[in-house]
Design a protein around this ligand. Structure first.
Ligand code: PLP
Length: 226
């Protein structure tokens, strides 16, 4: 068995202590590994690629909650809209419009996180603080016209720099936590709790210290990806 159950139990306990949700990132990993972790009690799984997610969701048990954590193209929203549990990487108002369109069509609420760019690398997706504010304002405006009723913006998601500079990572998580707090009144959580998705295998303990309540863990559970 390729999965690391010892790490799973350790990280799961750390999540429970911090009141955080563990999302097991299973991209590129085989279905047997997902099933093995589900046997151990894990139900939240994250995937980065639309086609891979659709195929896995089709074959695997229906109690699994699928998180889409990758970069989502507008023309692919329709494939995951019928079943996705949470879309983490919403990085533009135009993408939200497409998700809203599919949600209306399906008569299904779709839960989303807005992705904020906190890292120093240019390659990581996400909005900056101004774009985030503009996006939330555009959503509020659209709602006065009766639109976006099936979109639930639950909170924020971000990825820290790939770095071993601890201070840098702490600062990036602090910045994201600040934005999360500041915009909390603008999220859609009347019957739900707000979500701050930050932290991966290499930095999740720092993320939990800095206020994360959802971590996305791949390699620590499933081993390295090629
Ligand atoms: C791959 C990925 C993860 C998991 O990364 P690990 O370092 O393997 O834990 C988390 N979040 C996103 C957005 C990813 O693409």
């Amino acid at each position: 068995m390729a999965i690391n159950l010892e790490n799973f139990r350790k990280i799961k306990a750390e999540c429970d202590a911090a009141n955080a949700t563990l999302v097991a990132v299973s991209k590129i990993k085989p279905e047997q590994d997902i099933l093995a972790l589900r046997e151990a009690g894990q139900l939240d799984f994250g995937e980065n690629y639309v086609q891979e997610l659709v195929e896995k969701a089709d074959k695997l048990p229906k109690d699994i909650r699928w998180h889409f954590i990758g970069h989502l193209q507008r023309n692919k929203v329709k494939y995951i809209a019928p079943f996705v549990h949470l879309i983490h990487g919403v990085d533009s108002f135009r993408l939200l419009e497409e998700i809203s369109k599919q949600a209306d069509k399906l008569q299904r609420d779709i839960h989303c996180l807005l992705q904020v760019h906190i890292a120093t690398e240019e390659t990581k997706f996400g909005m900056d603080a101004d774009e985030l504010e503009e996006c939330l304002k555009a959503v509020a405006d659209a709602r006065t016209e009766g639109k976006f009723t099936r979109i639930k913006i639950r909170g924020l998601m971000g990825m820290a720099s790939f770095s071993d500079k601890q201070e840098q990572i702490e600062k990036e998580f602090e910045d994201l936590f600040f934005l999360y707090n500041r915009h909390q009144p603008n999220f859609d959580n009347t019957d739900t709790s707000p979500i701050l998705s930050m932290g991966m295998s290499g930095d999740y303990q720092t993320a939990l210290q800095k206020g994360s309540n959802m971590i996305r863990i791949g390699s620590a559970l499933f081993g390295m990806r090629n």
